[in-house]
Design a protein around this ligand. Structure first.
Ligand code: SF4
Length: 382
C-alpha cells in the first residue's frame, strides 16, 4: 500500500492559508510550521553550519520541529531551489543531509524551481519537478489547486494592504488589526471556490473600510526592500510593517508573493530588462537572491515620492550585503535615507524598535523641513 504523504512547506507570512488549500485540493494532508519563535530558531541555528544564511536556519528549525512531533507520518518537505550564485542552491541537499544525520528517514525533499534557459530543457525539467512535487492528478484538479491558491494569495494581500493603510489612520487603536484578523480567518477557511473567495474578499474589504479612520492625511512614506523570505514573513522580520504603521507611517513592501511570482516566473525577461535599465551604473548583473531588486526598488521608491527606505537583510546573506554597500551610494545620489537592518537569532525587539523609531523621527523631521522650506519659498516669491 502506498504511504500516505503529508506535506510541509516553508511558512511565509499569511500566504500559508493559500498553500494549505493548494495541497488539500490535491488530496494531501498538510502541516503548516508554526511562526518563527525562539525555540525553532534555537533548533535551526544549533543544527546548521555556521556560515549558512539566516533563512536556511529558520526553515531548518521549523522542519525539525514538525518531524520531531510527527514520527509516525511520512513527509514531503517542499523546498525552493535555484542555481545560485548565492547559498540558495545548497538548501535542499543540505536539509536532506542534516535531517538524515539527525536520524530522520520519514521524509523526502521536493523542490520548486523556476524555468531556466535554454527553454527546450527548462520547460521539461520544470514539469518533471512539478510532477515529483504534486504527483499525478487530473488536469482539472491541478488547475483548480493553482487557481484557488492564487486567488487566496491575492485576497490575503489585498487585506494586508488595507491593514497597513488603516493602522496609521484608525481612530481606535487596534481596530484595523481586529478587522483584519477576522477577514483573514474568513479567507483562510473560505470554501475552495473562486466565487466564494471573491465574495468573502469584497465583504471583508467593505467591513475594513468601515473601521473609523481619518482620510486625507499625508503621512511619511517608507518602502521596504530586501531578501524576499525575510520581507514576506512577519514572524522573521519582527512585524516591521505593523510596527512602522503604528508609528504613523505609510509603509509599502516591495515584494509580495504575487509580484515576485509574476516577475520571476512569468514576466522574467521584462522584469530583468526593467531592472537593468533602473540599476544602470549601480549593479547590472545577477548576484543571486533579491539584491538587484533591493537596489531597483529603492530607486523606484524615490521616484514615487517615498521619504525613506528600509532594507531587510538576513545575517549571512551575500546578495543583500552587496546591495547594502551599493545602497549607500544610491542613498546619496538620490537623496533618500536608507536604513539597513540585519536580522539574526540575536536580534532583540527593544533595540530593533529603537532603530526604526529613530529612523522614522528622522524622516518626519526631514519631511517637515522640506514642507517648511517649500512654504517659505512660496511666501517669498509672492
Ligand atoms: S538570498 Fe541571501 S538569504 Fe536568501 S538564500 Fe541567498 S544568501 Fe541566503
Amino acid at each position: 500500500m502506498p504511504r500516505k504523504v503529508t506535506y510541509v512547506f516553508p511558512r511565509m507570512g499569511y500566504s500559508y492559508a493559500a498553500f494549505e488549500s493548494f495541497f488539500q485540493i490535491l488530496g494531501y494532508d498538510v502541516i503548516t510550521p508554526e511562526p518563527s519563535n525562539s525555540q525553532t530558531l534555537k533548533r535551526g541555528v544549533s543544527n546548521s553550519p555556521e556560515g549558512m544564511c539566516f533563512p536556511f536556519k529558520i526553515l531548518l528549525g521549523q522542519f525539525l520541529k514538525v518531524l520531531e512531533e510527527n514520527p509516525d507520518k511520512y513527509f514531503k518537505i517542499v523546498s525552493l531551489e535555484s542555481y545560485g550564485p548565492c547559498r540558495f542552491g545548497y538548501y535542499s541537499p543540505l536539509y536532506a543531509k542534516i535531517l538524515k544525520d539527525r536520524g530522520f528517514d520519514n521524509f523526502e525533499i521536493v523542490n520548486v524551481e523556476g524555468i531556466y534557459p535554454p527553454w527546450y530543457r527548462g520547460i521539461p525539467r520544470f514539469f518533471k519537478k512539478l510532477i515529483k512535487l504534486i504527483g499525478w492528478h487530473t488536469p482539472w484538479t491541478g488547475v483548480k489547486a493553482f487557481l484557488i491558491a492564487g486567488w487566496k494569495v491575492y485576497a490575503i494581500e489585498q487585506l494586508e494592504r488595507k491593514l497597513y493603510y488603516l493602522i496609521p489612520r484608525e481612530k481606535i487603536v487596534g481596530s484595523a488589526e481586529k478587522a483584519f484578523n477576522r477577514a483573514f480567518e474568513r479567507i483562510h477557511h473560505a470554501p475552495n471556490k473562486v466565487k466564494a473567495i471573491k465574495e468573502v474578499l469584497n465583504e471583508e474589504l467593505k467591513r475594513m473600510d468601515s473601521v473609523k479612520h481619518v482620510e486625507n492625511v499625508e503621512l511619511p512614506k517608507v518602502g521596504l526592500v530586501g531578501e524576499a523570505y525575510m520581507l514576506m514573513d512577519y514572524s522573521n522580520n519582527l512585524e516591521i510593517e505593523k510596527k512602522l504603521a503604528y508609528m504613523g507611517v505609510d509603509v509599502d513592501r516591495s515584494l509580495w508573493v504575487t509580484n515576485w511570482t509574476l516577475d520571476r516566473i512569468i514576466k522574467t525577461k521584462e522584469h530583468l530588462n526593467h531592472m537593468l535599465e533602473v540599476n544602470k551604473g549601480y549593479l547590472d548583473f545577477f548576484i543571486g537572491g533579491d539584491g538587484q531588486e533591493s537596489i531597483m526598488n529603492t530607486i523606484l521608491y524615490k521616484q514615487k515620492g517615498f521619504d525613506g527606505v528600509i532594507q531587510v537583510l538576513p545575517f549571512g546573506c551575500l546578495p543583500e550585503t552587496v546591495a547594502k554597500q551599493i545602497l549607500s551610494n544610491v542613498s546619496e545620489d538620490y537623496d533618500i535615507p536608507v536604513l539597513s537592518l540585519s536580522f539574526d537569532e540575536q536580534t532583540g525587539e527593544a533595540g530593533f524598535i529603537t532603530r526604526i523609531e529613530a529612523f522614522v523621527d528622522m524622516i518626519k523631521d526631514r519631511k517637515a523641513a522640506k514642507v517648511g522650506k517649500k512654504k517659505s519659498t512660496t511666501v517669498a516669491s509672492q
